[in-house]
Every structure is written in C-alpha cells, then in structure tokens.
Design a protein around this ligand. Structure first.
Ligand code: PLP
Length: 378
C-alpha cells in the first residue's frame, strides 16, 4: 500500500523545532511565558486588531467569546449551518440555543438574506437573539459588509468564527478583524498549527481582559485564591505559543503553497465537464486552506462518493464538505432557516488533499489518480 496522503497535515519542520527547543531551554514551561505574549502581539499585528488572547483551542475561544458577549441560557445565537460542530457546540456550552442559517451556493458562507429573515422572525416572536456567529468556510471570508450591517441594524453583536480563514481578507481587511470579536483555531489540520490551540481577537480591551480572566479559572487579583465566578483552564501553553510563532513567520509561504495546489486542481478540472472548483474565483478573500470540488454527476457520470472511493484505492484521503448542522442527529431539534444549498454542497462536494506539506511526488500521485479517473487529458 502506498503511504497515506492526508487532506491537510501539519507543515512543521526545522524552524518549529528551533523555536520549541529555545522555549524549553528558556525555562518558561509553567505554562504561560514570553512566547505567549509574543505570539499574541504578532497575531494582533498581523490581523490589525488591538488585543489577542491565546487559548487552548478554537472551541475554547468561541466559548469564552460568547460568554464575553453575555450569551447565556434562554438566548438564541444565529450561526452558519455549514460548519464544523465546534461552532454549534460552543453555543450549547453557554446554555443558549443555536439557530442555523443556510448558505450562499458559491461560497458556502452565511446567506445575508436568510440571516435577515431569521432575525425578523425571532425578534417579532419576542426572543432574545444574543449574537450572530458567521463562519468563514474553508478559508473564504464571509461577506462581512452585509452580515455586519444586518446584525448592526438589530443591535446584535457579531462573533466571527475565523477558525479556517487566517490570512484571508474581505475588501482589504483581514479575516479576524470583523465583528466585536473573532476566533482562530491552530488545530493540527488548520492552515497553521500549534498542535492544538486557538485565539480570541478583539479591539475591545474589556472583552480581552475578561477573556484572560475567565481562561485562568476566574482568579481575583489577590495572592490567596479568591473566586467570585466559575472560570476555565483555557490558556495556551508557552511551548505551544513558540510553535505558533514559528508557524506565523511561515504563514504566507504556506498559503502560497496551498494556492499553487488549488491552481493545479483548477487546471486539471478545467478539462472535465461537470466539475467546478468550489468557492468561485481565487482572490484575497481566500487563504486556500482546503480545495473542494463540486460535482454535477448528471454530466460526469460519477459522484463525489465514487471519486472518493477511487482515491482511497491509492490511500489518498478526501472528504465531503461539512455535513450541515441542521442535518446532524445531535441538532435534529434545532431551528433553522434553509434554502437547500448546504445540503446540496454536502451531497455534491468533495475536499481534496490541500496541505502545504505535500511533496511533489505526493502531488503527482494525487493529480495522476484524478486525471485517470476523470478522463482529463493534457
Ligand atoms: C477547527 C474549527 C473550530 C474549532 O477549533 P479547535 O481548535 O479544533 O477547537 C471551530 N470552528 C470551525 C469553523 C473550525 O473549522
């Protein structure tokens, strides 16, 4: 069996090793330290916001972001249905109810018209909508101009789930700089990784301070342990922050490699009728985290599942685009406004190997398998 080719494996090498060894030798192990501060400063600069709080995961960042916006039991939080479960789970942790909004077909991102429809419906019904959490799907920034304008009209704060979109932008402004706060994930499969980690970014200094406080067990600033609230152990360790700083210094290079991979796929599938590269045109709204294709099986004669099974015969990983939250058994009772798009993308989309650590022989293996299967000829 050939060696497994993953969709998006960590791209970690000598530089990361150097940074981590230096962090260990510095003695800052327990667990905060100068690399956490440095990582926060560098991320805030990169994204152009005032404050960044390094946390143990993107999910933890969502949880604390929601708590910081005052979300709690009895509230409704509107979020994208086409996302990873973490977004919806974090809403449930607060005691609030997730309400799912379907997407635009081209990007898979929250449909502004449906957001407005849901807000009108809920507010008319006298419900308290506490936040809107749009998700930058697969690295493509949401249309924040419209989404934020609608949320503003109703006076509802936006928490941007930018877990997948570090390095992307919307109209010249970086992903992560929109809304009252935003979150990133540095999980192992994301565009850059701390093996596990996340971050909350905001221009609001009170929100940043409150997040830091809740992330360190809500300790009052006194020498004996004094607590007036329930806290969490959600901070990122100094060793992992060192890894993050090395990755951040390579972010643009890693994005460029993913972009090249997208171009290779685009060239190949230009010759296959019935296959489109998902996400529309390639521009700065995208960090090229994952490349997916959308298949019209009436034209191709094969489905996403057929192609996925074929890739697996050469040990190449591929997966459907996220299964929408409103179709998940665990959220079967949740409310949603749908237009069929997320379900269609789930049924017809396939995400292909997109990682920046793919070597040229691995890339050749993937492309040649795709060429043979799809009949694309050069
Ligand atoms: C990965 C991801 C998260 C969760 O991040 P973790 O660091 O894995 O907790 C949240 N939202 C989206 C959209 C993600 O892709």
């Amino acid at each position: 069996m050939s060696e497994r080719i993953y969709m998006s494996s960590p791209d970690v090498g000598d530089l990361e090793e150097q940074y981590m060894v230096a962090a260990i030798r510095s003695g800052w192990i327990a667990p905060l330290g100068p690399d956490v501060n440095g990582f926060e400063t560098e991320m805030a600069e990169r994204v152009g916001v005032d404050h960044a709080v390094a946390l143990s995961s993107g999910t933890a960042a969502l949880h604390l972001g929601l708590l910081g916006l005052g979300v709690g039991p009895g509230d409704v939080v509107l979020t994208s249905t086409l996302t990873f479960a973490a977004t919806a789970n974090a809403i449930v942790y607060t005691g609030a109810e997730p309400f799912f909004i379907d997407c635009e077909l081209e990007s898979g991102n929250m449909d502004p018209a449906l957001l407005r429809q849901a807000l009108e419906q809920l507010i008319e019904g006298g419900e308290r909508v506490a936040a809107v959490v749009p998700v930058d799907l697969l690295g493509k920034a949401v249309n924040y101009t419209e989404i934020c304008a609608i949320a503003d009209e109703y006076g509802i704060p936006v928490l941007s789930d930018a877990a997948e979109s570090l390095g992307a932008s919307h109209r010249g402004n970086p992903a992560g700089s929109f809304g009252r706060a935003s979150i990133f994930s540095f999980n192992g499969n994301k565009i850059m990784t701390t093996s596990g980690g996340g971050m909350l970014l905001t221009d609001d200094s009170d929100l940043a301070a409150h997040t830091r406080y809740l992330a360190t067990q809500a300790r009052q600033p006194v020498t004996h342990y004094e607590h007036t609230e329930i806290g969490y152990n959600y901070r990122l360790s100094n060793l992992l922050a060192a890894l993050g700083r090395a990755q951040l210094s390579r972010l643009d290079e890693m994005i460029a490699r993913r972009r090249d991979m997208r171009e290779r796929y685009r060239e190949l599938f230009a010759m296959v009728e019935g296959v489109e590269i998902f996400g529309g045109i390639d521009d700065a709204s995208d960090n090229f985290w994952l490349t997916s294709i959308v298949i019209d099986s009436a034209k191709t004669g094969w489905s996403a599942a057929d192609l996925s099974a074929n890739l697996l015969t050469d040990n190449i990983e591929s997966r459907p685009i996220w299964k929408p939250m409103h179709l998940q058994p665990v959220f079967s009772g949740a409310r949603a406004v749908t237009n069929g798009n997320s379900q269609l993308l789930f049924g017809t989309g396939l995400t292909l190997p997109s990682g920046s650590a793919l070597g040229s022989s691995e890339i050749d293996r993937v492309l040649s398998k795709l060429r043979t299967f799809s009949g694309a000829t050069v």
